[in-house]
Design a protein around this ligand. Structure first.
Ligand code: IDC
Length: 494
């Protein structure tokens, strides 16, 4: 999420100063668009486009047309509907972001393969001020790529609803932007995005992340320490830490700023070890996520704003919707996702599914309800959860089928029964993990904790002892899962 401030389409006075570059003047008061390269690599780049309404009237809709030079193409975009191919592309509102109030702006993003920057751009038919030369800027020589990592002021969201405050984080959650260690999962893969049905890395290659979920943060504080996360990163070779922040049951609702701070601290601890952090808004009881909608808005506004510059954060907005229709879950998602996008535009967001994130199967439905009526947002994935002793072949068949159409992420699974206890089902767990490996579906196992239940990876008493490495600390479930997670990732890089 590093913002490199390489602004190629510049409006107004700034444009006039760039005398070496031919620019088309725009009126002082107009709809403008600014194209910013937010991340680049040898074979492509990520860009953000901000459409700003500088007039005193509401803009009812917008359309941005971009032309790229030969050899460059848009491969993926989010927060806009993309049409076109080859060198010409059109971007129109994603559905919820058509209207732009006077003085406000909307933002969308894209991944481009090839290094050619746009040769032209219009917003609502008017030229948005395109540099006609140079058309390509090698990332290594771009003047601003090493300058500030913070988002330029012009891209700051101006339409954030008042309910998405707070805007100030407690002192304990001051942002850090430590560069991920090279050779680590985050160091190699960088900012992730969804491409087709896959999770893709900064080279636009499909990857699978394998890692562990915490137990409820309110119950197991001793389990998430520097020593335990060192073991997870270096002994388990985990790519991912899921941070399960229960909302009820003594969780977030009892101390919003305290739990927000705990989550942020774990995001930093994962980042320092080059692991991705999956921020799980662990709704469970009640099962309708809309009950927690206001809390979700407040929580995600704060966490997304604070962590916007990081590359390692993925947001999971509702753990396990249950007793609620898909349309209700979708409505919740379409209200929470814009809050995240307004603060952290390029992060992957994962949406829970009906029937305890079973794609509807545990409620007698299936993934077709999602495929037929997807969430109106891009750069998103859908959640699937299973417990190996409870969820068998019919669930595996559904995942196999759904994975052809939907980007899936197994943000939680257990080797045992859905109660979280009982015996490890080794054959069932192996069948599931083989399927996920084959489909390159990322996963996090429940739980990296020493809870006295079969799903816990660590023997009771491990966290108090402070000794986490090796197999001595592991339960049967922990030994099985560690052996699956610690094999080489071989992330594709080119
Ligand atoms: C379980 C814990 C258990 C705790 C309970 C509280 O394992 O110690 O008492 O939650 O609600 C899920 C949920 C996850 C459950 C887990 C096992 O996401 O919170 O954890 N499970 O029941 N979905 C299916 C299983």
């Amino acid at each position: 999420m590093r913002k490199t401030k390489l602004k190629l389409l510049i409006a107004g006075a700034v444009a006039a100063a760039a005398s070496a570059v031919a620019l088309i003047a725009i009126p002082a008061s107009a709809q403008t668009a600014a194209f910013t390269v937010t991340n680049s690599w040898s074979t492509g780049y990520q860009a953000s486009v901000v459409v700003k309404n500088d007039t005193s009237n509401t803009l009812p809709t917008w359309k941005v047309e971009v032309t790229l030079p030969a050899g460059s193409a848009v491969v993926n975009s989010w927060n806009a509907i993309q049409a076109g191919s080859g060198s010409s592309y059109t971007f129109t509102p994603a559905g919820w972001n058509a209207t732009v109030a006077a003085g406000a702006s909307v933002e969308f993003g894209m991944i481009v393969s090839g290094t050619g920057r746009p040769t032209s751009c219009t917003v609502n038919g008017s030229d948005c001020g395109v540099a006609t030369s140079p058309t390509t800027v090698p990332a290594s020589t771009a003047p601003a790529t090493t300058t500030p990592t913070s988002k330029p002021a012009t891209t700051a969201p101006t339409t954030k609803p008042a309910t998405t405050a707070p805007t100030t984080a407690p002192a304990t959650t001051a942002p850090t932007t430590a560069a991920p260690a090279t050779g680590t999962p985050v160091g190699i893969n960088g900012q992730l995005h969804v491409c087709g049905v896959n999770l893709c890395n900064q080279y636009d290659k499909a990857i699978q992340l394998r890692g562990m979920s915490t137990h409820g943060l309110q119950w197991f504080p001793d389990c998430y320490t520097n020593a335990s996360l060192d073991a997870l990163a270096n002994d388990w070779n985990a790519d991912l830490l899921r941070i399960a922040m229960y909302v009820q049951e003594g969780g977030y609702e009892t101390d919003p700023s305290g739990f927000t701070g705990k989550v942020n601290t774990l995001v930093d601890m994962a980042e320092a070890r080059g692991m991705y952090a999956l921020v799980d808004f662990h709704t469970l009881t009640p099962g309708d996520p809309n009950v927690n909608l206001d809390r979700a808005r407040t929580f995600f506004a704060a966490v997304a704003k604070r962590n916007a510059a990081k590359k390692n954060v993925i947001y999971e907005i509702a753990n396990e919707p249950n007793g609620v229709s898909w349309t209700a879950v979708k409505s919740y998602a379409e209200q929470v996702i814009p809050v995240i996008r307004a603060n952290d535009p390029d992060a992957v967001v994962i949406v829970g599914t009906r029937g305890w994130s079973s794609l509807g199967v545990s409620d007698g439905s299936n993934s077709s309800e999602v495929i037929a009526n997807p969430v109106k947002a891009s750069n998103i994935m859908y959640t699937f959860h299973f417990y190996a002793a409870s969820h068998k072949d019919n669930y595996r068949a559904e995942v196999q089928k759904a994975a052809a159409s939907l980007p899936l992420f197994v943000t939680e699974f257990g080797t045992v029964s859905a109660s979280g206890g009982g015996a490890v089902d080794t054959a069932g767990s192996t069948a599931w993990l083989d399927l996920l490996d084959k489909l390159r579906i990322s996963y996090a196992n429940w739980t990296f904790s020493d809870a006295n239940e079969g799903s816990a990876a660590l023997k009771p008493g491990t966290c108090a002892s402070g000794s986490f490495t090796g197999t001595g600390a592991l339960t049967e479930s922990g030994a099985l899962i560690r052996s699956r997670i610690r094999t080489a990732d071989n992330f594709p890089v080119g």
